[in-house]
Structures are given as structure tokens and as C-alpha cells.
Design a protein around this ligand. Structure first.
Ligand code: ATP
Ligand code: MG
Length: 561
């Protein structure tokens, strides 16, 4: 579909209208404004794709702005991880890496200007008193006794707040707007609070810090942002966003705030506070645990930037809260991995097969294509020999009629190799488990031979037992058992919905080529799913993460129940 055939989303409509009206000289300048108090998650990825995507589409720019106004929870580790994640997603802020903290001086001066204009005052009421007086939406609030101090007194107190004369929580600077506004955010919102805390960039220079409402729109203005896109919960802040700008704007340029619905995905939690709790309390191994919805977790899990960008595009932007199915995200991942993943053979639950009529000691190197979806991916060779491993599940001794895989008397094709026929089994006398499956092979059925196309009902994967390498395979499942992790019984919390089987570790037998493969490659282990190397792999110690199963296994479960 050509770009202009697509219907515009509502944000694009607003932007195109602004361009038509030559608003802000037709410029489009967005920003992605993370607070560096955690790692980015898939919801942030959505916002990144949206903000950087709009800039690309309309020949504009997108800034990276760290919204670092709360020194207590913020950290340089988060700053670094955020930059890495945005780059990995494929976006570039060029030299426009900004920090709200760089504007603290300007924000302070503007606050002084507000006071001088009689639009702000220092309040000494406690947080409880302030909230008490603010009242409820259906009734007007009450004015603070400090509301009508003189401008001189306010200027003096605000300066002394800044100079560190007062302890935390004893004073705030409030905008003087309207204590009877139906919008609670307009009832003299707090603009500055006292916090004697070390800031990761400004050190101990400041002991008063601006609130979001005073920092955000003003930062947009400083940076020349035209469209300040945020999530729906800020819709009620918009009148305040505009009020704050009214106090400082000069000339024609002015940013505007646009809200869209945040991304929610079922079976996931997305609040940074909860993700931090999962990390701190050891429910996962870290921010990049492959079960986390963080960008670093998804990356380690084997998701690709292309898949995430495509997902963001597919879900689009909505004006109303909604929840996207996790299976859509996995669908996007499979779709991309199918195109790029190298096909390899790995046996997760091995049982030995012995081909009695195959010469002992003989090894054939069989040519196998790397990816049928991509001829350019070429081929590799895999060793074939008399003793192999196949999946235990691919054999049944007393099979029902519809079982087309290996069973006594029945033929199957070994992928990229020969057709074999089962002749019998050897069992462990102690417990009856099968130790060896005996077979014969048809030497005319290899690729390039006359029997190569002989049809049998199924094809199974295998590895040569002498050549196989041991590999650890980590099979991940959803971190939560319920679509809505908050759906809990009385007295329990969301943590009670954690899936106890979200990680299974398996020792598998893998084809030897994987030792030579680039550790950044993506793989499809035939018939098993998509996999990637985990970063814990080293030297000959191979560890794989299952990125996603080949098919949506949860859909099957849902269909059965
Ligand atoms: P939390 O609610 O967990 O504190 P946050 O939304 O406050 O997270 P920020 O670092 O402030 O986290 O977010 C940076 C940007 O990403 C903001 O513009 C925010 O609106 C956007 N964003 C955060 N979560 C989502 C989400 N789930 N879907 C879309 N955008 C999101
Ligand atoms: Mg926020």
C-alpha cells in the first residue's frame, strides 16, 4: 500500500492541519521524554516509534529529553539504558539529547516572573492541608490562608526556599489560578517543592525541584517542540499545560499537547514501579530478564527492532484505553523471524536411534539450506551417522492409527537425510523406558538420489549423536497466568498471578554448526520455535533462549477449554 493510501491517524490529521495552517511555520518537532527512573518497556517503544516516526514522516525532528525532575528515583544507569534501547530500536536523536535539569535556571526565572505578576505564591500549608482545602470536583475548594501574601514576601520566601533555608515539605510554590475550577488540576497546582536531594546531573545545586506541570510544557517551549504527544492521563492536565505556556510565550510559536491511549498488553504489567519490584524482589533475574516486557528483556529474548516497530505500527494510535493481545506481538515477531532466522536442528528431549544397516564409523556431510525463505542465506552441512537422537515424542511404541511419526513398522523422513523405518526397541529392564530405537534406512532416499521425493507421511528432525553438542535451552512462557494480572482473589495482589512455570531449563542436543554460528544470529530450531543465543553463552557453553514458539500455543489451549 502506498503511503498516501493509508488513512491518517488522528495525530497525523492534527499535524497535517497544522502544516496546512502554517502553524509554527509548518514545522514538526516532537520529543520522547522518558523519566530516567527505570528501563524502557514495550509501551515506551510504542511512544518512541510514534514520536520519531512522525518526525521522519513529516521531515521534522524528534528530541530525546530526559525528564529528570525527581532526583530521588533517578539514576545514570537508567539514562544509559534508555539511550541504548532507543538506538537499538533504530532511531536517532542526533545531537538533540536534552535534560529538563538543564533548564532549572530558566524554570526558576520564569517562576520568579510568575510571582512578580501575582500569579504564584509560597504556601506553608502541609500536603494534607493543601489537599483538604483543594476539596472535591463537585464543590469549590477553599483558599489557603497564605494565598494573598504580598509579592515581595513571596519573592523573598521563594528565594530562601532555593537557598536551602527550609526543610523538605515545609513550603511549596503554587500557581494562583482558580480554587473553584471544576478541573482539580487548576486549583492552584504546586509548581515547586523542597527536596534536599542530590541530583545525578545538577549535584547539590538545587534543593527545590519543579513539578512535572511546570517543567514539561516549558521544556517543550525551550526546545521548539511543536507537538507534545503524551498518554491519556495527561488530558486533564492540558488546561494547565496551556496556562503555564500562557505565562511565558512570546511571539507566534507555541507547542501543543496531544494525548493518545497508552499501550496495554494482556498477560503483562507495564508500570515501572511494578517492573522495579519484580527486579528488586527477585521474581526475575534483572531488567533484561527475557520474560520482562522491557526493551532490553525483549532484545535478550530475541525480538527484533523490525518486529517491534511493525507491532507499534499495527496497533496504531487510539484515543481510548484498550488492551492489545499478547499474541499480536508474538505474531509480529514470528513474521519477521520467519524471514531471517537460520534453520537449525536441535533435539530437546532426546532418545537414541540406531540405524542397523548403516555402516559403522561412516559419516556423511549432508547439505542443508539455511533458510528456505531466503535463498541468499545459503546452506550448511550437517553430519549424518549410524546413531542419532530424535525427540522422544516423535516415537510411540503402541501408536494410534493417526500417529504418522516413528512407530514399529512405519517410515518417516529424517529432515535433509534419509527415510528410516523402525524395526524394534530396546528398553530399560528396570523401568521400561525406551533406551534405543532400532531402524533401517533406505539408502536411495537422500537428496539428489532417485528416491529423494518418495513420500512418507511425516518428516522429523534429528542430530547425529557423536557430533551433537550439549546446549542449555531456556523455554519461556508468559510471566502472568491471567490476561489481567490484577484479576485476583480478595486479599491477594498481582504477584499471586505470576506464572510459576514461566521458565523451564532443558539440556538439549544441538547440531554442531551452532558452535560456529554468529552469536547475534536468530534461529529457527526446526519444528520447535525461534531461538537466539543468550548473552550468558561463552566459548563452547551454548545457552539458547526460546524467543517464541512456532505457533500460538495459547490459542490452542483457549480453543480446547
Ligand atoms: P510509569 O507510568 O510506569 O511511571 P511513565 O509513563 O511515567 O511510566 P515516562 O518515562 O514518563 O514513564 O514515559 C516516557 C514517555 O513514554 C511518556 O511520553 C509516556 O507517555 C510514554 N509512555 C509510557 N508508557 C507508555 C505506554 N504504555 N504506552 C505508550 N506510551 C507510554
Ligand atoms: Mg511519567
Amino acid at each position: 500500500m502506498a503511503e498516501n493510501d493509508k488513512t491518517l491517524n488522528f495525530i497525523e490529521e492534527i499535524i497535517e492541519e497544522d502544516i496546512r495552517n502554517n502553524r509554527n511555520n509548518g514545522r514538526v518537532h516532537t520529543r520522547f521524554p522518558p523519566e530516567p527512573n527505570g528501563y524502557l518497556h514495550i509501551g515506551h517503544a510504542k511512544s518512541i516509534c510514534l514520536n520519531f516516526g512522525l518526525a521522519l514522516k513529516y521531515n521534522g525532528k524528534c528530541n530525546l529529553r530526559f525528564d529528570d525532575t525527581n532526583p530521588v528515583t533517578e539514576d545514570i544507569e537508567y539514562v544509559e539504558s534508555i539511550k541504548e534501547d532507543i538506538r537499538w530500536l533504530g532511531f536517532d536523536w542526533e545531537d538533540r539529547e536534552f535534560y529538563a535539569s538543564d533548564y532549572f535556571d530558566q524554570l526558576y526565572q520564569w517562576a520568579v516572573k510568575l510571582i512578580k505578576n501575582g500569579k504564584a505564591y509560597v504556601d506553608e500549608a502541609s500536603a494534607e492541608e493543601i489537599s483538604e482545602l483543594r476539596g472535591v470536583p463537585t464543590q469549590p475548594g477553599k483558599e489557603s490562608p497564605y494565598r494573598n501574601r504580598s509579592i515581595e514576601e513571596n519573592l523573598d520566601l521563594f528565594e530562601r526556599m532555593r537557598n536551602g533555608e527550609f526543610p523538605d515539605g515545609t513550603k511549596v510554590l503554587r500557581a494562583k489560578i482558580d480554587m473553584s475550577s471544576p478541573n482539580m488540576h487548576m486549583r492552584d497546582p504546586v509548581l515547586y517543592r523542597i527536596k534536599h536531594a542530590h541530583h545525578h546531573r545538577t549535584g547539590n545545586k538545587w534543593c527545590i525541584y519543579p513539578m512535572y506541570d511546570w517543567a514539561h510544557g516549558q521544556s517543550d517551549y525551550i526546545e521548539g517542540i511543536t507537538h507534545s504527544i503524551c498518554t491519556l492521563e495527561f488530558e486533564v492536565h492540558r488546561p494547565l499545560y496551556d496556562w503555564c505556556l500562557d505565562q511565558i510565550v512570546e511571539g507566534n510559536y507555541r507547542p501543543r499537547q496531544i494525548e493518545f491511549a497508552r499501550l496495554n498488553i494482556d498477560y503483562m504489567v507495564m508500570s515501572k514501579r511494578r517492573l522495579l519490584q519484580l527486579v528488586n524482589e527477585g521474581y526475575v533475574s534483572g531488567w533484561d530478564d527475557p520474560r520482562m516486557p522491557t526493551i532490553s528483556g525483549l532484545r535478550r529474548r530475541g525480538y527484533t527492532p523490525e518486529a517491534i516497530r511493525n507491532f507499534a505500527e499495527t496497533v496504531g494510535v487510539a484515543k481510548r484505553e484498550n488492551t492489545i493481545e499478547h499474541s499480536l506481538l508474538e505474531y509480529c515477531v514470528r513474521e519477521h523471524l520467519n524471514k531471517i532466522a537460520l534453520r537449525r536442528m536441535v533435539v530437546l528431549n532426546p532418545v537414541k536411534v540406531i540405524i542397523d544397516n548403516y555402516p559403522e564409523g561412516q559419516v556423511e556431510m549432508l547439505e542443508s539450506e539455511n533458510n528456505p525463505e531466503d535463498p541468499a542465506a545459503g546452506s550448511r552441512t550437517i553430519p549424518f551417522s549410524r546413531e542419532l537422537f530424535i525427540e522422544r515424542d516423535d516415537f510411540m511404541e503402541d501408536a494410534p492409527k493417526k500417529f504418522f511419526r516413528l512407530t514399529p513398522g512405519q517410515e518417516v523422513r529424517l529432515k535433509n537425510a534419509y527415510i528410516i523405518k523402525c524395526t524394534g526397541v530396546v528398553k530399560d529392564p528396570a523401568n521400561g523406558t525406551i533406551r534405543e530405537i532400532h531402524c533401517t534406512y533406505d539408502p536411495e532416499t537422500r537428496s539428489g538420489m532417485q528416491g529423494a521425493n518418495r513420500k512418507v507421511k511425516s518428516t522429523i528432525h534429528w542430530v547425529s549423536s557423536h557430533h551433537a553438542i550439549d546446549a542449555e535451552v531456556r523455554i519461556y512462557d508468559r510471566l502472568f497466568l491471567k490476561a489481567d494480572p490484577d484479576d485476583v482473589e480478595e486479599g491477594k495482589n498481582w504477584l499471586s498471578n505470576l506464572n510459576p512455570d514461566s521458565l523451564k531449563i532443558i539440556m538439549a542436543k544441538a547440531e554442531p554448526h551452532l558452535l560456529k554460528d554468529d552469536r547475534n544470529n536468530k534461529f529457527q530450531f526446526l519444528r520447535l520455535g525461534y531461538f537466539c543465543f543468550d548473552k550468558d553463552s561463552s566459548g563452547e557453553k551454548l545457552i539458547f533462549n526460546r524467543t517464541v514458539s512456532l505457533k500460538d500455543e495459547w490459542a490452542k489451549i483457549a480453543a480446547k477449554s
